[in-house]
Design a protein around this ligand. Structure first.
Ligand code: MEV
Length: 309
Protein backbone atom coordinates (compact mmCIF):
# COMPACT_ATOMS: atom_id res chain seq x y z
CA UNK A 1 0.00 0.00 0.00
CA UNK A 2 1.26 3.51 -0.81
CA UNK A 3 -0.28 6.78 0.38
CA UNK A 4 0.67 10.30 -0.65
CA UNK A 5 -0.92 13.67 -0.12
CA UNK A 6 -0.90 17.23 -1.41
CA UNK A 7 -1.86 20.50 0.30
CA UNK A 8 -4.43 23.13 -0.58
CA UNK A 9 -3.44 26.58 -1.79
CA UNK A 10 -4.46 30.21 -1.71
CA UNK A 11 -3.70 32.97 -4.16
CA UNK A 12 -2.32 35.99 -2.27
CA UNK A 13 -2.29 38.41 -5.22
CA UNK A 14 -2.93 38.38 -8.94
CA UNK A 15 -5.75 35.88 -9.59
CA UNK A 16 -7.40 36.18 -13.01
CA UNK A 17 -4.75 38.60 -14.35
CA UNK A 18 -2.35 35.62 -14.16
CA UNK A 19 -4.43 33.89 -16.86
CA UNK A 20 -3.35 36.82 -19.12
CA UNK A 21 0.39 36.51 -18.53
CA UNK A 22 0.69 38.78 -15.49
CA UNK A 23 2.48 37.53 -12.34
CA UNK A 24 0.66 36.17 -9.29
CA UNK A 25 1.67 35.09 -5.78
CA UNK A 26 0.38 31.92 -4.14
CA UNK A 27 1.14 29.82 -1.06
CA UNK A 28 0.34 26.24 -0.06
CA UNK A 29 -2.12 25.67 2.80
CA UNK A 30 -0.75 22.68 4.67
CA UNK A 31 -3.65 22.32 7.13
CA UNK A 32 -5.96 20.89 4.49
CA UNK A 33 -4.78 18.03 2.29
CA UNK A 34 -5.96 15.58 -0.34
CA UNK A 35 -4.69 12.01 0.08
CA UNK A 36 -4.53 9.14 -2.40
CA UNK A 37 -3.93 5.54 -1.36
CA UNK A 38 -2.90 2.87 -3.86
CA UNK A 39 -3.30 -0.82 -3.01
CA UNK A 40 -2.80 -3.97 -5.03
CA UNK A 41 -6.16 -5.39 -6.17
CA UNK A 42 -7.42 -8.87 -6.93
CA UNK A 43 -9.44 -7.64 -9.92
CA UNK A 44 -7.90 -6.75 -13.28
CA UNK A 45 -7.31 -3.08 -14.11
CA UNK A 46 -7.67 0.02 -11.95
CA UNK A 47 -10.62 0.94 -9.74
CA UNK A 48 -10.85 4.55 -8.57
CA UNK A 49 -12.93 5.68 -5.61
CA UNK A 50 -13.38 9.09 -4.05
CA UNK A 51 -15.20 9.56 -0.78
CA UNK A 52 -15.47 13.33 -1.44
CA UNK A 53 -17.26 13.07 -4.79
CA UNK A 54 -18.83 9.62 -4.44
CA UNK A 55 -17.04 8.49 -7.63
CA UNK A 56 -16.45 4.77 -8.09
CA UNK A 57 -15.00 4.09 -11.55
CA UNK A 58 -13.11 1.54 -13.58
CA UNK A 59 -10.29 3.19 -15.49
CA UNK A 60 -10.94 1.05 -18.59
CA UNK A 61 -14.50 2.35 -19.00
CA UNK A 62 -14.25 5.86 -17.48
CA UNK A 63 -14.85 8.80 -19.86
CA UNK A 64 -11.65 10.28 -21.33
CA UNK A 65 -12.39 13.67 -19.77
CA UNK A 66 -13.11 12.39 -16.25
CA UNK A 67 -10.53 14.25 -14.13
CA UNK A 68 -9.67 11.28 -11.85
CA UNK A 69 -9.29 8.87 -14.75
CA UNK A 70 -7.39 11.48 -16.77
CA UNK A 71 -4.72 12.00 -14.11
CA UNK A 72 -4.25 8.25 -13.71
CA UNK A 73 -3.91 7.80 -17.49
CA UNK A 74 -1.50 10.74 -17.71
CA UNK A 75 0.65 9.30 -14.91
CA UNK A 76 0.73 5.82 -16.47
CA UNK A 77 1.64 7.44 -19.82
CA UNK A 78 4.46 9.41 -18.19
CA UNK A 79 5.81 6.18 -16.67
CA UNK A 80 5.41 4.43 -20.04
CA UNK A 81 3.14 1.77 -18.57
CA UNK A 82 0.91 0.47 -21.36
CA UNK A 83 -0.95 -2.32 -19.52
CA UNK A 84 -3.13 -1.14 -16.60
CA UNK A 85 -1.83 -2.71 -13.38
CA UNK A 86 -4.33 -4.34 -10.98
CA UNK A 87 -4.81 -1.56 -8.44
CA UNK A 88 -7.33 0.20 -6.30
CA UNK A 89 -6.89 3.96 -5.81
CA UNK A 90 -8.83 5.65 -3.01
CA UNK A 91 -9.02 9.41 -2.66
CA UNK A 92 -9.86 11.32 0.49
CA UNK A 93 -9.83 15.09 0.62
CA UNK A 94 -10.18 17.62 3.41
CA UNK A 95 -10.44 20.40 0.84
CA UNK A 96 -13.87 21.86 0.21
CA UNK A 97 -14.66 21.84 -3.52
CA UNK A 98 -15.38 25.13 -5.28
CA UNK A 99 -13.88 27.16 -2.46
CA UNK A 100 -10.73 28.51 -4.15
CA UNK A 101 -8.40 26.20 -2.23
CA UNK A 102 -7.25 24.20 -5.26
CA UNK A 103 -9.10 20.98 -4.47
CA UNK A 104 -8.92 19.67 -8.07
CA UNK A 105 -5.17 20.23 -8.35
CA UNK A 106 -4.52 18.80 -4.88
CA UNK A 107 -6.42 15.60 -5.73
CA UNK A 108 -4.54 15.27 -9.04
CA UNK A 109 -1.19 15.73 -7.32
CA UNK A 110 -1.99 13.28 -4.53
CA UNK A 111 -2.84 10.67 -7.19
CA UNK A 112 0.29 11.35 -9.27
CA UNK A 113 2.48 11.06 -6.17
CA UNK A 114 0.88 7.92 -4.76
CA UNK A 115 0.75 6.12 -8.09
CA UNK A 116 4.27 7.01 -9.24
CA UNK A 117 5.67 6.07 -5.83
CA UNK A 118 3.71 2.80 -5.76
CA UNK A 119 5.03 1.91 -9.20
CA UNK A 120 8.59 2.64 -8.05
CA UNK A 121 9.20 5.80 -10.16
CA UNK A 122 8.68 8.98 -8.11
CA UNK A 123 8.44 12.06 -10.33
CA UNK A 124 9.99 15.52 -9.96
CA UNK A 125 7.78 18.44 -8.83
CA UNK A 126 8.09 19.84 -12.36
CA UNK A 127 6.72 16.65 -13.98
CA UNK A 128 4.01 16.26 -11.32
CA UNK A 129 2.90 19.82 -11.98
CA UNK A 130 2.88 19.35 -15.77
CA UNK A 131 0.67 16.25 -15.47
CA UNK A 132 -1.74 17.97 -13.09
CA UNK A 133 -1.90 20.98 -15.43
CA UNK A 134 -3.36 18.81 -18.19
CA UNK A 135 -6.20 17.85 -15.85
CA UNK A 136 -6.64 21.44 -14.64
CA UNK A 137 -7.64 22.24 -18.23
CA UNK A 138 -10.45 19.67 -17.96
CA UNK A 139 -11.59 21.24 -14.68
CA UNK A 140 -11.20 24.92 -15.52
CA UNK A 141 -11.00 25.51 -19.29
CA UNK A 142 -8.07 27.93 -19.64
CA UNK A 143 -6.23 27.87 -16.31
CA UNK A 144 -2.94 29.69 -15.81
CA UNK A 145 -1.21 26.73 -14.16
CA UNK A 146 -0.68 28.50 -10.82
CA UNK A 147 -2.72 26.03 -8.71
CA UNK A 148 -0.86 22.89 -9.85
CA UNK A 149 2.47 24.75 -9.57
CA UNK A 150 2.15 26.03 -6.00
CA UNK A 151 0.75 22.69 -4.82
CA UNK A 152 3.38 20.59 -6.62
CA UNK A 153 6.28 22.69 -5.29
CA UNK A 154 4.73 23.12 -1.83
CA UNK A 155 6.27 26.54 -1.23
CA UNK A 156 5.32 30.21 -1.65
CA UNK A 157 5.71 31.08 -5.35
CA UNK A 158 5.73 34.02 -7.73
CA UNK A 159 4.24 32.57 -10.89
CA UNK A 160 4.12 33.75 -14.48
CA UNK A 161 2.65 31.28 -16.98
CA UNK A 162 5.28 29.53 -19.08
CA UNK A 163 8.23 30.80 -17.00
CA UNK A 164 10.36 28.85 -14.52
CA UNK A 165 8.86 28.83 -11.04
CA UNK A 166 10.28 31.46 -8.69
CA UNK A 167 10.28 30.99 -4.94
CA UNK A 168 8.61 33.93 -3.22
CA UNK A 169 10.90 35.36 -0.52
CA UNK A 170 9.14 36.04 2.79
CA UNK A 171 11.11 38.51 4.98
CA UNK A 172 8.83 38.22 8.00
CA UNK A 173 6.13 35.56 8.52
CA UNK A 174 2.58 36.89 8.40
CA UNK A 175 -0.74 35.43 9.32
CA UNK A 176 -3.87 35.11 7.23
CA UNK A 177 -7.38 34.01 8.07
CA UNK A 178 -9.09 32.19 5.23
CA UNK A 179 -12.88 32.42 5.46
CA UNK A 180 -15.42 30.56 3.37
CA UNK A 181 -18.55 32.34 2.07
CA UNK A 182 -20.16 28.91 1.63
CA UNK A 183 -21.10 29.91 -1.91
CA UNK A 184 -19.66 27.37 -4.35
CA UNK A 185 -17.54 29.01 -6.99
CA UNK A 186 -16.67 27.50 -10.37
CA UNK A 187 -13.20 28.54 -11.49
CA UNK A 188 -14.05 27.54 -15.06
CA UNK A 189 -17.13 29.78 -15.13
CA UNK A 190 -15.40 32.71 -13.42
CA UNK A 191 -12.44 32.51 -15.84
CA UNK A 192 -14.82 32.21 -18.82
CA UNK A 193 -16.81 35.24 -17.58
CA UNK A 194 -13.65 37.38 -17.41
CA UNK A 195 -12.71 36.17 -20.90
CA UNK A 196 -16.07 37.29 -22.31
CA UNK A 197 -15.81 40.71 -20.68
CA UNK A 198 -12.18 41.06 -21.83
CA UNK A 199 -13.23 40.23 -25.40
CA UNK A 200 -16.02 42.82 -25.19
CA UNK A 201 -13.76 45.53 -23.73
CA UNK A 202 -10.08 44.58 -24.16
CA UNK A 203 -8.72 48.06 -23.43
CA UNK A 204 -10.28 48.34 -19.96
CA UNK A 205 -9.48 44.73 -19.06
CA UNK A 206 -5.85 44.95 -20.21
CA UNK A 207 -5.53 48.09 -18.06
CA UNK A 208 -6.99 46.21 -15.06
CA UNK A 209 -4.59 43.29 -15.62
CA UNK A 210 -1.66 45.76 -15.79
CA UNK A 211 -2.81 47.41 -12.56
CA UNK A 212 -2.94 44.03 -10.88
CA UNK A 213 0.45 43.00 -12.30
CA UNK A 214 1.91 46.19 -10.78
CA UNK A 215 0.30 45.44 -7.39
CA UNK A 216 1.71 41.91 -7.49
CA UNK A 217 5.25 43.22 -8.03
CA UNK A 218 4.85 45.69 -5.16
CA UNK A 219 3.42 42.92 -2.98
CA UNK A 220 6.37 40.63 -3.72
CA UNK A 221 8.70 43.46 -2.61
CA UNK A 222 6.65 44.15 0.53
CA UNK A 223 6.57 40.44 1.44
CA UNK A 224 10.32 40.10 0.92
CA UNK A 225 10.93 43.20 3.05
CA UNK A 226 8.50 42.11 5.80
CA UNK A 227 6.38 45.29 5.40
CA UNK A 228 3.15 43.90 6.78
CA UNK A 229 1.03 47.11 6.70
CA UNK A 230 1.95 47.62 3.06
CA UNK A 231 0.91 44.04 2.24
CA UNK A 232 -2.51 44.86 3.73
CA UNK A 233 -3.02 48.03 1.67
CA UNK A 234 -1.98 46.17 -1.47
CA UNK A 235 -4.54 43.45 -0.71
CA UNK A 236 -7.23 46.14 -0.50
CA UNK A 237 -6.10 47.62 -3.83
CA UNK A 238 -6.09 44.18 -5.48
CA UNK A 239 -9.62 43.59 -4.20
CA UNK A 240 -10.79 46.88 -5.78
CA UNK A 241 -9.43 45.76 -9.15
CA UNK A 242 -11.16 42.36 -8.76
CA UNK A 243 -14.45 44.12 -8.03
CA UNK A 244 -13.95 46.20 -11.19
CA UNK A 245 -13.33 42.97 -13.08
CA UNK A 246 -16.71 41.62 -11.95
CA UNK A 247 -15.46 38.59 -10.01
CA UNK A 248 -16.45 39.60 -6.49
CA UNK A 249 -19.76 38.73 -4.82
CA UNK A 250 -21.91 40.48 -2.17
CA UNK A 251 -21.11 37.71 0.36
CA UNK A 252 -17.38 38.13 -0.27
CA UNK A 253 -17.74 41.87 0.20
CA UNK A 254 -19.63 41.41 3.47
CA UNK A 255 -16.86 39.19 4.85
CA UNK A 256 -14.14 41.54 3.56
CA UNK A 257 -15.85 44.56 5.19
CA UNK A 258 -16.33 42.61 8.45
CA UNK A 259 -12.64 41.64 8.48
CA UNK A 260 -11.48 45.21 7.91
CA UNK A 261 -13.96 46.64 10.46
CA UNK A 262 -12.74 44.22 13.11
CA UNK A 263 -9.07 45.09 12.62
CA UNK A 264 -7.61 43.20 9.63
CA UNK A 265 -4.77 45.09 7.94
CA UNK A 266 -6.20 44.14 4.53
CA UNK A 267 -8.61 41.69 2.94
CA UNK A 268 -9.54 40.35 -0.48
CA UNK A 269 -11.14 37.44 -2.25
CA UNK A 270 -8.77 34.59 -3.06
CA UNK A 271 -8.96 32.38 -6.13
CA UNK A 272 -11.66 32.59 -8.76
CA UNK A 273 -14.12 34.71 -6.72
CA UNK A 274 -17.89 34.82 -7.33
CA UNK A 275 -18.12 32.96 -3.98
CA UNK A 276 -15.49 30.71 -2.43
CA UNK A 277 -12.98 32.09 0.04
CA UNK A 278 -11.61 35.44 1.14
CA UNK A 279 -8.38 36.12 3.02
CA UNK A 280 -7.71 38.64 5.80
CA UNK A 281 -4.30 39.79 7.03
CA UNK A 282 -4.12 39.63 10.83
CA UNK A 283 -1.55 39.54 13.62
CA UNK A 284 -1.54 38.24 17.18
CA UNK A 285 -3.30 41.40 18.35
CA UNK A 286 -6.13 41.35 15.80
CA UNK A 287 -6.62 37.65 14.95
CA UNK A 288 -9.25 36.81 17.52
CA UNK A 289 -11.41 39.94 16.91
CA UNK A 290 -11.24 39.42 13.15
CA UNK A 291 -12.18 35.77 13.55
CA UNK A 292 -15.21 36.80 15.65
CA UNK A 293 -16.13 39.52 13.13
CA UNK A 294 -15.98 37.02 10.27
CA UNK A 295 -18.05 34.48 12.15
CA UNK A 296 -20.69 37.09 13.02
CA UNK A 297 -20.80 38.09 9.35
CA UNK A 298 -21.65 34.49 8.49
CA UNK A 299 -18.32 32.92 7.45
CA UNK A 300 -18.78 29.17 7.32
CA UNK A 301 -15.29 27.82 7.88
CA UNK A 302 -12.26 29.81 9.04
CA UNK A 303 -8.69 28.57 8.70
CA UNK A 304 -5.61 30.33 10.00
CA UNK A 305 -2.33 30.01 8.12
CA UNK A 306 1.11 31.47 8.73
CA UNK A 307 2.94 32.40 5.53
CA UNK A 308 6.70 32.00 5.64
CA UNK A 309 6.93 30.10 8.93
C1 MEV B 1 -7.63 30.12 -9.44
O1 MEV B 1 -7.02 29.65 -8.26
C2 MEV B 1 -6.88 31.32 -9.96
C3 MEV B 1 -7.41 31.91 -11.28
O2 MEV B 1 -6.50 32.97 -11.62
C4 MEV B 1 -7.47 30.89 -12.37
C5 MEV B 1 -6.10 30.45 -12.84
O3 MEV B 1 -5.09 31.12 -12.62
O4 MEV B 1 -6.05 29.40 -13.51
C6 MEV B 1 -8.79 32.52 -11.09
Amino acid sequence: MTSASAPGKIILFGEHAVVYGRPALAVPVEQVRATATVTAADHPGIRLRSAATGDDLRLATAPLDHPLAAIVRATLGELEITQDPALEITINSQLPMGAGLGSGAAVSLAIVRALAQHLGSPLSAERQSALAFEVEKLHHGTPSGIDNTVIAYGQPVRYVGGQPVERLAVGRPFRLLIADTGIPSSTGQAVAGVRQRWQADPVSYEALFDTIGGLVDQAAEAIAAGQIERIGSLMDANQQALVAMGVSHPRLEQLIAAARDSGAAGAKLSGAGAGGNMIALVDDRTASAVQTGLRQAGALGILSTEVGR
